[in-house]
Design a protein around this ligand. Structure first.
Ligand SMILES: Nc1ncnc2c1ncn2[C@@H]1O[C@H](COP(=O)(O)OP(=O)(O)OP(=O)(O)O)[C@@H](O)[C@H]1O
Ligand SMILES: [Mg+2]
Length: 256
């Protein structure tokens, strides 16, 4: 069986700058794959490449064995419909209510009747526990509720592959843990594949079957939680223990 996501010799450049070079990896069905890495190294870009939002400068991106950028438009659309995304900045529609935000992708993409759409909206808002906010606007709800809304919207088309870009950013530790518990519960219920970015190592360990770090244009597959914690690459060691980037010195604070 083909991998759910596969990158073959993918390179990504903006203008002359090479951000990601020769990336090769596979993610399998039902896997929970977590990306970590310093700010600005290309995690969100990598996620957008997987989601078909950005086109690679070179190489192939296969979704369930199909080349996303070398297929018929109708096949590409079918691939895109298999995927849902929670964007780093939520990307909610401020002028639409909570309910309309979730309904939006269904209205745009499916042939569902208004009655069916309303039923689905209520179902997903109930799942993420914000049904009471149905009629409110995004700026009238808390940051944690906005994340829940973003998750409900990402799930609206019942995708098999869900991307979460920094789902706990800016949330307090208790809300963060609850959001990750929600992501994991929904993953089980929908039997989906999830790819998440987080730099909160506790949340990364809570979520991941397998982890990888984006740094210096590379993707270092660090393995499962135990393997990641024992990883020998100094960049991984420094990152997961919160050292500053750069050579270790005898003055480096271990638990800073
Ligand atoms: N559409 C774009 N056009 C040009 N440059 C871009 C574009 N998208 C991203 N970049 C650049 O690519 C680099 C990596 O960005 P990216 O958003 O992937 O970082 P990140 O690892 O997600 O960082 P953070 O942890 O802060 O979210 C940045 O230098 C960014 O400016
Ligand atoms: Mg990012």
């Amino acid at each position: 069986m083909s991998a759910t996501v596969e990158f073959q010799n993918v390179q990504m450049s903006f203008e002359e700058d090479v951000l990601l070079k020769n990336i090769n990896f596979q993610i399998h069905k039902g896997e929970k794959f977590v990306l970590i890495g310093p700010s600005g190294e290309g995690k969100s870009v990598l996620l957008k490449l997987m989601a078909g939002i950005l086109k690679p400068s070179e190489g192939k991106i296969l979704i369930e064995g199909h080349d996303m950028w070398n297929c018929l438009p109708k096949d590409r659309l079918a691939l895109l419909r298999k995927m849902g995304m929670l964007f780093q900045k939520n990307a909610l529609f401020d002028s639409l209510t909570v309910g309309e935000n979730v309904a939006f992708p269904m209205r745009e993409i499916t042939q569902k009747s208004e009655q069916e759409i309303q039923k689905q909206v209520k179902y997903f808002l109930q799942e993420v526990d914000i049904l009471h906010a149905l009629e409110l606007f995004p700026d009238e709800i808390s940051g944690g509720m906005q994340k829940r809304l973003g998750i409900a919207r990402a799930l609206a088309l019942e995708p098999g592959i869900i991307f979460y870009d920094d789902p706990t950013a800016g949330l307090d530790p208790i809300t963060s843990r609850m959001i990750v518990e929600l992501i994991l519960r929904l993953q089980k219920e929908l039997n989906s594949t999830i790819i998440a970015i987080t730099n909160d190592m506790n949340r990364a360990y809570q979520m991941a079957d397998r982890m990888a770090m984006v740094v210096d244009g590379e993707l270092i597959i660090t393995g499962n939680v135990g393997e990641t914690q024992q990883h020998k690459d100094p960049r991984v060691v420094q990152f997961i223990h919160g050292y500053l980037k750069g050579p270790l010195t005898e003055h480096t604070e271990v638990n800073a």
